[in-house]
Each structure stands twice: as structure tokens, then as C-alpha cells.
Design a protein around this ligand. Sequence first.
Ligand code: IMP
Ligand code: MG
Length: 423
Amino acid sequence: MPVQIIVGAQWGDEGKGKIVDHLSDSVDIVARYQGGANAGHTVVIGDKQYVLHLIPSGIFHPHVKCVIGNGVVIDPIALIDEIKQLQQMNISIQGRLFISHNAHLIMPYHKLLDTIRERTSEKIGTTGRGIGPAYIDKFMRIGIKISDLLDRDTFVAKLKRNIEEKNQIIKKIYGDPELDVEKIVSEYEEFDKQIDEYITDTALYLNSEHKNGKRILAEGAQGALLDIDHGTYPFVTSSNPTSGGACTGLGLPPTAVTSILGVVKAYTTRVGNGPFPTELKEETGDRLRKIGGEFGATTGRPRRCGWFDAVSVRYSSMVNGITHIAVTKLDVLDGFDKVKICTGYKLNGKVLKTFPTDVRSLEKIVPIYETYDGWKSSTSHIRRYPDIPENARRYLDAIETLTGTKVQIISLGARRDQTILIG
Ligand code: IMP
Ligand code: MG
């Protein structure tokens, strides 16, 4: 039965939340595989907007089961907050939410270390949600897992050991006040009571449901260009948003995967620091930000904006194995006289057709653009592909040709109905 992976093919914020919500109609399970509450997945239903950080974007479909996989780092405070918000909206999660016992926990010291590191070393521009420090502990093999919450003695012992060590770093290296061990212990002891019913072996659950013929959608967070291995290191997140991360982050084997949908915005945005070849620092960038409402769903930071970059999406398609793409926010370009697509990079007088992931090259490259006539008419009401203005279709064709991908979904607004499925 189908296992489809949804990946962000740029620097995150491509509109994965909306696309996952849209596709959830025809699946049984939606599973988040990496990242944590650094993500902000927005779903608009009617006149209401919901921003999810940890719970999969399939939650608004009552028949869909939602999984938070082992690859996710979970901040219990953010999770409980999100569960409460959903309950207040009368969205039932009982029997629908499954949290991996192998997922790691984000602790207050992770968030603290995330922000103080940003103060003192080269700024990545992180979301400050403790993501990097939590993954560090996971790989150091000192992390605290969800399953540790189930055994009080082990949990308290691990937590105390960790806090004592972190306090040394916090005090001696950064000169900040130490954390209160007892306060954190008592705060976190409460969490297991609140999330106990959701904890399970999600790899086992997913594999058995897969065998039972259930349709699974793996929901990525962030984007391929923020991938720890394949992104613009060090200006990346600390996980693998690329499709490979779905297998390790859920325990589903690569052989189970049937398709990989890359989500791209019709232009490009990036939050935080790091190279961004097609960034528009002048008025056009401001215009995209304003029309596109390009402010972080998690941090509220203004997003950097620029033209569509076919070179980086081609690269993203390669490392993800993208089988087709969803192009979102096409309507944001409605009023532009001309729109541009970056088709190649110039580095030291040479034309590059492939994406150099090293930051020093990326900072020096000059983008080569192709310019297209705008369509100068509103598209947000359009529901059929043939009704899309010819110039907009030409623009979409160029995206297909230049990135070597096939457009399957076009999104023309935040609402559910503002979506066109092709083929
Ligand atoms: P971290 O994931 O908080 O460690 O942040 C590392 C980098 O990834 C920063 O540039 C963040 O702005 C960026 N980032 C993290 N999560 C997201 C996201 O969901 N959308 C867009 N950028 C993100
Ligand atoms: Mg986002």
C-alpha cells in the first residue's frame, strides 16, 4: 500500500502543512519523521487558521491517525500545549495520536543552550527551540527518551546527571545562572501522566498498519536545503528533512516508499542566516514578503524573499528522489509585471549547472535569470488547470522543465479549496 513522503524542497515554509492537510483526505495515517517544535505547519479551514508544531497536519481529518515518529525531538511543554489547543477546538485526538517511545525529549537546558550559543558564537539564526542541543545529546547517547518518562527512577537519575553536566557548561563557559534541578524534575514528572496514553512503539505500529493495507503519508518538516547532511551547512537544522530521514525517523523501510512529493513555493524564502543566491534585498523582496505574508509561523521573524531558484530545486529533487511537486503560493505572483527564475549560477566566470552546497561558493555565486511575462490577473479563485492564465502556465512549465520534475498540485491560496490537482 502507498507510502508517500512529503518533503520541503527549499528552505522550509513551502506550505507543507496545507498540502498534507489536502492529501490527508485520501490516507489513513500521517506521520511526522524529524525536527520538532521549530516547525510551523499552517492549515486554514474556513476562516480559521491553525499552526501545528509537532502534531501531524492530518489531525483535522477525523479518520486519520497521527504519528510522531522516533526521529522527532519532542518538547513536552509544546506538545501538551498543542494537544490542549486541539481539544479546545473540539478536535478529538483520543485514539488518534501515537507518539514514539523512542523519540527524544527536549529539556529546558536544550532551549537555554540553543539561545546562549546563538549569543556567543556565529549565529545560525535558529528558532531557539532547543532542537540542535537535543539532537547533540541523542548522538552523545545521553539523551532522554519518551520511554524514560515511563520509569520514574531512571528518568530522575538521567535528568539529574544531565542537568548537573549542563550546569557546568552554562556556568563555566557562558557565565549564566545554573538551572534548578528539583524544579525541572518535578515539572517533567508530570508530563508522563499527560502523554502516557499516546506512547507506543510507532515503528511497529506503522509497519503492521502498512502490512494491513493502510495508506501512509510521511510528513517532513523544514526543507532539503536545511538538511544537516545535504543542506547549506552550517546554516542548517540538526536533522534530515530529506526523504531518507522519513525511513530512519519512522522505522519504515525504503522499500515501502512509493512516491515522494516535493513541495516548493512559486518563489523562494529563507528564515535565519546562510546563503540565499536569489534573495531580493530591495523593494521586490519586500513586496513578496508583504503579499505572501512571509513571517515565520513559529518565531514571527520576517522571512528573506527571492525568486524561484531552479538550480537548488533540481539539487533538492536529486537528493530526495522527488517523483512530483506541489507548487504553492502561485497567487502571490499575480500582480508582478515580470517574474524570474534562476536557471544557473556563475562562479568565478564559470557557469555552474549544479548546486554547490559549500557556503563559501554559494556566497560568491551570481544567479543567472530567465525572465517571464507576468499574468497580471488574480488566480486565487481558479479551480481548474485550463483556467490558469497562459503566462502562469508558461511559468509552471518552466519550473517543470528547469527542475526536471512534474507538477502535480498547484496551490493558489491558504484555504483548502484553493488547490488544483493535475492528473
Ligand atoms: P533550528 O532548526 O531551530 O536549529 O534552526 C536552524 C535553521 O533552520 C535556522 O535558519 C532556522 O530559521 C531554520 N528553520 C528551522 N525550522 C524551520 C522551519 O520550520 N521553517 C523554516 N526554517 C526553519
Ligand atoms: Mg513553517
